[in-house]
Design a protein around this ligand. Structure first.
Ligand code: CAA
Length: 264
């Protein structure tokens, strides 16, 4: 598949099972328009379908931005009826988040604003460069977050800070984002990609079915009660005990050797 608004590289750092997806509209600070969405849906579907790829990294091209939001120029031309009838923004969650069961990381290299911040929060976790800036400035445009910001940001950093960010539109720097649990780790700007690819390669080296299962369990914590979440966790654990990789993993530990994963 050839892309115009993103680039996709499989086995990005050697034969390591890591797919690197890069938003590639640096002239518009990687703003997210319908073409970008369509290409990302295809790229994530290809990643999900390719058994040789076991972790993905999403980043932005250029020095300045991961993504500076949904494309304001595209949105300015639409009527309310268009947004409603198209269920605008719906595919970000239904086609990318829900259908990508394998792990992926957002490597945030600069501005992650509005839809850019929301896209980063769709990832399983975020690694940020020192230059990263997060924000939900939609209020300045007379609107509000539409790709999950009011929900995912609040779950990540709590009501008080999320409310302040959405009501003032202010940007949060990388250090504050790490302190607030929005990002897993902050790294020097120049080593963002190298560090994130290394982390992705670590995940890609793990038993792949167990990786999907771990992701599913942690996500369940956001969508269910504790009681239901504990049941989901136990059931998934019990299913994993029937996998070939469970037998291999435990045998490898006892025999003091590396496991060789079948992914089932
Ligand atoms: N949509 C479309 N184009 C955008 C854009 C966006 N979200 N953000 C930046 N651009 C474009 C600019 O229009 C400009 O293009 P031109 O050269 O053709 O004029 C180019 O990218 C460079 O931007 P700036 O000149 O503004 O760069 P800067 O360094 O002076 O400022 C910035 C950087 C502070 C990030 C500024 O660009 C900005 O405020 N961008 C908009 C941020 C924003 O409001 N995002 C939320 C969008 S709404 C949304 O996302 C809804 C939702 O919930 C999903």
């Amino acid at each position: 598949m050839s892309y115009e608004n993103i680039t996709v590289e499989t086995n990005a750092s050697g034969n390591d099972g890591v797919t690197l997806i890069t938003l590639n509209r640096p002239q518009a600070l990687n703003a997210l328009n319908s073409e970008v969405l369509g290409e990302l849906i295809t790229a994530f579907a290809e990643y999900q379908a390719d058994a040789s790829q076991r972790c993905a990294v999403l980043t932005g091209s250029g020095e300045k931005a991961f993504a500076a939001g949904a494309d304001i120029k595209e949105m300015s031309e639409k009527a309310a009826a268009d947004f409603y009838l198209e269920d605008f923004f719906s595919p970000w969650t239904s086609e990318i988040v829900r259908k990508t069961r394998k792990p992926w990381i957002a490597a945030v290299n600069g501005f992650a604003l509005g839809g850019g911040c929301e896209l980063a929060m769709m990832a399983d976790f975020i690694i940020a460069s020192e230059n990263a800036k997060f924000g939900q400035p939609e209020i300045n445009l007379g609107v509000a977050p539409g790709m999950g910001g009011s929900q995912r940001l609040t779950k990540a950093i709590g009501k008080s800070k999320a409310m302040e960010m959405c009501l003032t539109g202010r940007m949060m720097g990388a250090e504050e984002a790490e302190r607030s649990n929005l990002v897993a780790r902050v790294v020097p700007h120049g080593s963002l990609l190298e560090e994130t690819l290394k982390t992705a390669a670590t995940i890609a080296s793990k038993p792949p079915m167990a990786a999907i299962a771990n992701k599913e369990m942690v996500n369940a914590a956001f969508e269910t009660s504790l009681e239901q979440g504990l049941i989901i966790e136990r059931r998934i654990f019990q299913i994993l005990t029937a996998s070939e990789d469970k037998h291999e993993g435990m045998a490898a530990f006892i025999e003091k050797r590396e496991g060789k994963w079948k992914g089932r």
